[in-house]
Write a protein that binds this ligand. Sequence first.
Ligand SMILES: Nc1nc2c(ncn2[C@@H]2O[C@H](COP(=O)(O)OP(=O)(O)O)[C@@H](O)[C@H]2O)c(=O)[nH]1
Ligand SMILES: [Mg+2]
Length: 265
Amino acid sequence: MRLNIVLPIYNERENLEKLFADIDKACTEAQLRYFLVCVNDGSSDGSKELLEELSKRYESHIVEHRLNRGLGETIRDGFECAAELSGADDIIIRLDADNTHAPQYIPDLVNAIRDGADIAIASRFLPGGGMVGLSNDRTVISKVANIIFRVCFPMGGLQEYTCGYRAYRASLIQRAIDFYKGNFLQLRGLGFCCTVEKLVKLKLLGAKLQEVPFVLRYDLKASESKIALNVTTFGYAMMTILYHWPQGGWRRTVRKRLRVQRSEQ
Ligand SMILES: Nc1nc2c(ncn2[C@@H]2O[C@H](COP(=O)(O)OP(=O)(O)O)[C@@H](O)[C@H]2O)c(=O)[nH]1
Ligand SMILES: [Mg+2]
């Protein structure tokens, strides 16, 4: 079993050395084999050159965007690449490259998958979880967004929808790409929306979710936040409509396709 770790990177030069060292430490201590899938999203701060340097020391592959394309396209390319590189028993993990997602949680996420989850979610909202250093505005926005998602996309009491730090059974991602094809991350142009879309699309396929407590360390972030709140909010509204639309909405079409598939087996 190998962990294929997807790192979306846009102008994170000052964070990369520590990030790679911390991932290596966490995985080595837990005796987990890992491989880094770095997606450099047109960085202009020298992240590209540093990644090339680091790739001599750490087992990794760099996917290069010459121009900045946004988080959605970055994540889509990273997951497609990780799925292609993965064997059936492998695990795909995504974490931010800004040192706010401490790699020390990787073993907890892996254990949740080993215990039977298909997706293990690092959650700020469980006892033992939290957020440090996030502005009051971002804290409120984040809490409210997650409450709205619990209503719009209920998933058996799931509390954390928007944090991208998660582990996935690679076979689930491979199945989703095969099932949704180019529409797996359909809203890839709409900022951070892809993180919730991925969860919603995987849940429709029957994925079993498990949350693991996690403290977001925003105080350790050396780089500027790159979230585009307007585009992301528009994306969330769009996704809710696409999901619930009575004719041809995601929920109904996916369930129907799955029923047809089952009846054909
Ligand atoms: N926002 C944004 N992030 C990107 C882009 N491409 C890659 N990323 C990476 O996606 C992750 C999330 O962005 P980040 O600034 O950490 O957002 P925040 O921590 O929620 O404020 C980071 O690892 C970024 O380097 C992009 O075009 N826009
Ligand atoms: Mg971040």
